[in-house]
Each structure stands twice: as structure tokens, then as C-alpha cells.
Design a protein. Structure first.
Length: 318
């Protein structure tokens, strides 16, 4: 009965939209916290990893024994390291530039993915995919030009966000390889654990204290882990059992819109006209790229679902 209810889309699509809204709240929690970005990232991924541990112990022990000495484990650990770097750059960007600019620019990983597809993976990009990349690039330039007139901090924040999208692209491409032979649960657990170790080392090497921050920071990190990660991004993987990758990828494009509303309501942060125009152009470009590169599918099943998870869930990180 439940399978029939979900397969109709009447339940699944509102759930996916709700998950998109939850992921958009990350900018709110990051702005409200006053701990250094690297500490907030460390707390977030550590909490997420600890919350997943009981399930992994109960359900994934045999699988973990199988992959622990394989290339997939090494790649998962490397992917997690890049995820930690991505989170740090994105969190840092929100301290310097507007929420709207940061959320939009951190999602332009299509530039880096396209570069890797051409020169590393030797894959072809469709004409529509190229059109989307060019349009998204034009929108990004408009946002950067708009923020350049707002001060050096804004443009530096934009740069952090853009570099963060590059780290996300690397993490995504690595994940597509190792996820072929691993379950979503185990891969995600290894990912967050590796990210926790990476950000721990970054904090130690930079001389940033690991403790001594107010309880509010722990609360915001927990909200990031629970609402934005486990109840947000994880729902996208679940939704692929009932919806196409294209629908979920397009639903994710609502994140900048929701995040901008948060910025206006909570922080009275009204984006300039150029930022809004540039944002719309970027989103249109990403949409075009997504439609131009997504496989045609109406009902992901079996191995198709696993492949779809590689294309969608591994990019959901904010």
C-alpha cells in the first residue's frame, strides 16, 4: 500500500521539496553561529557521522569488511577530504558575501565537471550541455561584477564560493566511481567520517581551538547535521526510488530561491538587481545543463536507481 502511495508522486514530490527547503536553511545556521568556519564544519560532519554509526554497525558490517582494503575505500576517503574542503570554503563565503551570491556560486560546479569530463574522462558534452555552461558562466560573471562594487569582502566571499564548487566537483566525480560498488549508507558514512578527520587536521594545523565555544554553536552544528544533512540531502537518495534524477536535480535548483528568502527575512539582506538577474541566469544555465546531460528515464529501478544516485545525491552537500 505504501509503495503504491509513494509511486504516484503525490507524497514523494512534496517530501523532496521539503528536503530542498531544509537544505536551504544551512545558510541561516551558518550565519547565526559565531565559531570559526572550520570548527562548525568539523562539528557538523562529526555529528552526522556519529548519528549514522549505529545503522552502519547493524546493516553494513559485511559490506565494510569487503571494501575496507579496496580502491573504493581509498577513493571514498579522498572524496570525504574534498567534501570537508568544500564545506569550509562555502561556510567561509557566507561570512563575507551575501547569502544569495554564496548559494548560487557554490552550485556552479558544472564548470569543473565539464573540464574533467573533457580532459580527464574524455567524455563528450551535448550542445545543450555546453549552452547551459556558457549561460551559467555569464550569470556568474554578472554576480561577481555586482559584488565587486560592494567591497573587497564580497568579491573574496564570491571567490570562496566558486572554489567551494570546484571542491564539490572533485568530490562528486570521485564519488561517481566508488559508489558503483558501495551502498549509499556506507559510502555516506565513510564520506562524513573522512570529512571529520580532514577538518580536524585543518583545525589543528591552523592552530584553531577545537573547544571552548558556546553551546549555541553545538546546537547550530547539530541542526546542520540533522535537518540539512540527514533529513535534507539523504531524502534525495531516497526519492530516487520513486522519481527521476532530472526531477530531483531540478528541485534542487530551488535552494538559492529559498536561501535568498531566508536572507531577506532574517538578515534583511536584499540582493541587488544585478545579483538577482545573474542568479536567474545561473539557475537557467544549470537547468539547461542538467536537462542536456541527464539520462532519459521515467521510473528509475534496480541498477538504474544506483546510477541515478551517483548523478544526484553525491552533489548535495550544502
Amino acid at each position: 500500500m505504501f509503495k503504491k502511495l509513494f509511486s504516484g508522486g503525490a507524497v514523494v514530490r512534496p517530501v523532496i521539496v521539503t528536503a530542498t527547503l531544509l537544505t536551504s536553511l544551512s545558510s541561516l545556521f551558518i550565519r547565526l553561529a559565531n565559531a570559526p568556519s572550520i570548527i562548525l564544519v568539523f562539528y557538523r560532519v562529526t555529528i552526522a557521522s556519529l548519528l549514522m554509526l549505529p545503522y552502519v554497525i547493524a546493516k553494513c558490517r559485511d559490506e565494510l569488511r569487503r571494501v575496507i582494503k579496496t580502491r573504493d575505500m581509498a577513493l571514498s576517503l579522498l572524496s570525504g577530504a574534498f567534501l570537508g574542503v568544500h564545506f569550509y570554503l562555502y561556510f567561509q563565503s557566507l561570512k563575507l558575501t551575501s547569502i544569495t551570491s554564496a548559494v548560487i556560486l557554490v552550485n556552479v560546479e558544472v564548470f569543473f565537471v565539464a573540464f574533467a569530463m573533457l580532459f580527464v574522462l574524455r567524455e563528450k558534452i551535448s550542445l545543450r550541455g555546453w549552452r547551459g555552461i556558457i549561460v551559467a558562466f555569464i550569470g556568474s560573471v554578472i554576480i561577481a561584477l555586482a559584488d565587486a562594487n560592494s567591497g573587497n569582502d564580497n568579491i573574496i566571499g564570491d571567490l570562496y564560493a566558486f572554489l567551494g564548487s570546484g571542491a564539490m566537483a572533485v568530490y562528486t566525480l570521485i564519488g561517481r566511481v566508488c559508489r558503483r560498488n558501495m551502498s549509499t549508507a556506507l559510502y555516506t558514512y565513510i564520506l562524513y567520517t573522512s570529512s571529520a578527520v580532514t577538518t580536524f587536521l585543518m583545525a589543528v594545523l591552523s592552530g584553531t581551538p577545537l573547544a571552548g565555544y558556546s553551546g549555541d554553536n553545538i546546537l547550530y552544528a547539530a541542526l546542520l547535521a540533522i535537518l540539512c544533512t540527514l533529513l535534507g540531502h539523504s531524502v534525495f537518495s531516497w526519492g530516487l526510488k520513486f522519481e527521476t534524477p532530472a526531477f530531483i536535480s531540478i528541485a534542487k535548483l530551488m535552494q538559492p530561491f529559498f536561501a535568498a528568502i531566508v536572507g531577506v527575512i532574517v538578515f534583511r539582506e536584499i540582493p541587488s538587481v544585478l545579483v538577482v538577474v545573474g542568479g536567474i541566469i545561473v539557475i537557467a544555465g544549470i537547468y539547461d545543463y542538467t536537462k542536456g546531460t541527464s539520462p532519459v528515464s521515467t521510473a528509475p529501478q534496480g541498477n538504474g536507481t544506483e546510477a541515478a544516485e551517483n548523478d544526484v545525491s553525491d552533489t548535495d552537500t550544502d
